[in-house]
Design a protein around this ligand. Structure first.
Ligand code: CDP
Length: 230
């Protein structure tokens, strides 16, 4: 299993993309990149600096002031996103960021910046990246593409549990509203909208355990790496 590939995982909000991407990266000793964290961190910067989303000049100047990096967290073993030298991994999961991120992610200059970083990170392959446009725009030639979904009630419940664990005080209804809004904005934006690439494999994990979804994806990845599946 020496050939390194790129695995692109796209799909709707809160359907378990990052869980699967992290599992796959761990099993294959690949790097996991959470592209959504980049859009969330940029959103945090825009909120803090009160950047107006409609002013192209302000946006360009603001983006010059942003430095993003992923650093390994020794305690969790995951990689956290840092914004201008500050670990913002926890902060960007809060609901105020979720409420604004899809608007920020639709801004052309924002996407250009994030996509460039994402392509650089994939230069040497051996990477699992999840997002909305990874298999369609960022890595259209990724060797393995998955498109994930799950039914709405399951996604809302999963995100609710996740936020409760992190001590977030958000209701099921707020989460449902946010997920529905983001699904709409992400699938309807002009640039790089969320859609299934024609060569992506659909994975509906509504009734799958974490282990089952990993087994499914890992079997595919191994076949691709071994050249059995193209
Ligand atoms: O974890 P969750 O599914 O809630 O979302 P995320 O992956 O953290 O992404 C947050 C938001 O960033 C999405 O709703 C999109 O608006 C945007 N995003 C994007 O436009 N393109 C990507 N490749 C990744 C995220």
């Amino acid at each position: 299993m020496n050939r390194k590939i790129i695995i692109a995982i796209d799909g709707y909000s809160a359907c378990g993309k990052s869980t699967l991407a992290r599992q796959l990266a761990k099993s294959l000793h690949y790097t996991y990149v959470d592209s959504g964290a980049m859009y969330r961190a940029i959103t945090l910067y825009f909120i803090r600096h009160q950047i107006s989303y409609n002013e192209a000049n302000h946006i360009s100047v603001a983006l010059q002031g942003i430095s993003l990096e992923f650093r390994q967290n020794e305690n969790t073993g995951n990689s956290d996103i840092w914004l201008n030298g500050e670990n913002v991994e926890k902060r960007i999961r809060e609901i105020d960021i979720a409420e604004k991120v899809s608007e920020v992610a639709a801004i052309p200059q924002v996407r250009k910046l994030a996509e460039k970083c994402q392509r650089d990170m994939g230069k040497n392959k051996g990477i699992v990246m999840d997002g909305r446009d990874i298999g369609t725009v960022v890595f259209p030639h990724a060797e393995l593409k998955l498109f994930m979904t799950a039914d709405m009630a399951t996604r809302v419940q999963r995100r609710y549990e996740e936020m409760k664990e992190k001590k977030g005080n958000v209701s099921l209804e707020e989460i449902r509203k946010n997920i529905e809004e983001r699904d709409y904005l992400d699938t309807h934006r002009k640039i790089s909208p969320l859609k299934q690439a024609s060569d992506a494999i659909l994975l509906d994990n509504t009734h799958l355990t974490k282990e089952e979804q990993l087994d499914f994806a890992l079997a595919l990845a191994k076949k691709v790496i071994d050249g059995i599946l193209t």
